[in-house]
Write a protein that binds this ligand. Structure first.
Ligand code: ASP
Length: 337
């Protein structure tokens, strides 16, 4: 057939590609290729000519930044070679992170859509085929252009930077706290409720910059005395750190001292562990509050949740040692709607 647009589909593994050889369907592991995922979707072949590639067959907890950066380069090449849009399938556990990392560097107008499934292909009511079909429709829709990376899941479309997996098992696990989905997949159409547009992407790292800086994420907890943060600190070991703080980004007075010690060496960003809402700016003044942490050199993540704040800091650290002013400017730009 001629005249069909091309959609490029990359598979990375996850539940959407997982099968079981046991008679009771237990112990599923990623086995399926991108090609077999695409072939199993009714109606997909009529919509587009598919260029399928299996880039990994991993459970998504074992994906890492270099794998996602390779996926990014594959997706850019696919667009350069004529794809109307790109779909990446992967496990849902880290999908919100991969999508955001791709989004930070996606410098094409063409849609890049990430999806997955909560139920495996052999399960009753498997959601993978429906999610993949919706993702392909989304990738082909002119209305999806110039939106950066989006996540299509359960017939909703979410911006990569706000979407989060908010449930461990539900097929409606993906939500965008506070801001909500930006679109819906209805019948064959993708309808957006907000105009196209996005924050400009980061400059792609040059070949010699493409390392894998270590940027740990440290969650604080009741009674935290800063022991973990002190244990991981040191410019020679990490490029920066993110704290998942209480409420609007707060920590204990003792943890605040550890934050101050580390912030003298590398950038330290504090985010909210609540899963919704921004870090504070000017409300609280006690030791460990947002005002105190900023005075000690730390930087607020704004509306970015801890895992996405960590990826932004990782992406910035690719360019080498970071100046605090640059970190502040990037979080100001990318940490707010
Ligand atoms: N439960 C996961 C999924 O939905 C497994 C993974 O993330 O690979 O795909």
């Amino acid at each position: 057939m001629t005249g069909r647009p091309t959609v490029a589909i990359a598979a990375l593994g996850g539940t959407i590609a997982s099968t079981s050889s046991a008679t009771d369907g237990s112990e599923i592991v990623p086995t399926l290729t991108a090609e077999s995922l695409a072939t199993a979707v009714p109606g997909l072949a009529e919509l587009a000519s598919v260029r399928a590639e299996t880039l990994a067959r991993l459970p998504s907890p074992s994906l890492d930044e270099p794998t996602i950066m390779r996926t990014l380069h594959w997706a850019r090449a696919a667009v350069d070679e004529g794809a109307t849009g790109v779909v990446v399938t992967q496990g849902t556990d880290t999908l919100e992170e991969s999508a955001y990392l791709l989004d930070l560097f996606w410098d094409r107008a063409e849609p890049l859509v990430v999806t997955g499934a909560m139920r495996s292909p052999q399960a009753a009511g498997a959601d993978g085929p429906a999610n993949l079909l919706a993702a392909v429709r989304c990738a082909l829709a002119p209305a999806s252009r110039d939106r950066g990376v989006v996540v299509a899941f359960d017939d909703e479309v979410h911006q990569a930077r706000w979407v989060a997996k908010t449930d461990s098992v539900s097929t409606g696990a993906f939500r965008s706290p506070v801001f909500g989905p930006i679109g819906r997949c209805v019948e064959a159409e993708v309808v957006y409720g907000v105009p196209a547009g996005r924050v400009p992407p980061l400059r792609l790292p040059l070949a010699q910059e493409a390392g894998d800086p270590r940027v740990p994420l440290v969650a604080t907890y009741l009674g935290d005395d800063g022991y973990v943060l002190d244990a991981i600190g040191g410019t020679d070991r990490i490029a920066g750190a993110v704290i998942a703080g209480f409420g609007a980004g707060h920590v204990s007075a003792r943890m605040a001292e550890a934050v101050g010690r580390l912030a003298r060496e590398v950038p330290v960003v504090f985010a909210s562990r609540t899963g919704s809402g921004p870090t504070g700016r000017a409300m609280y003044g006690y030791p460990g509050s947002e005002i105190d942490l900023v005075a000690r050199g730390a930087v607020g993540a704004g509306w970015l949740p801890p895992v996405k704040a960590r990826l932004l800091l990782w992406a910035l650290a690719l360019r080498g040692p970071l100046a605090r002013a640059d970190v502040v400017a990037e979080f100001e730009l990318r940490g707010r709607p």
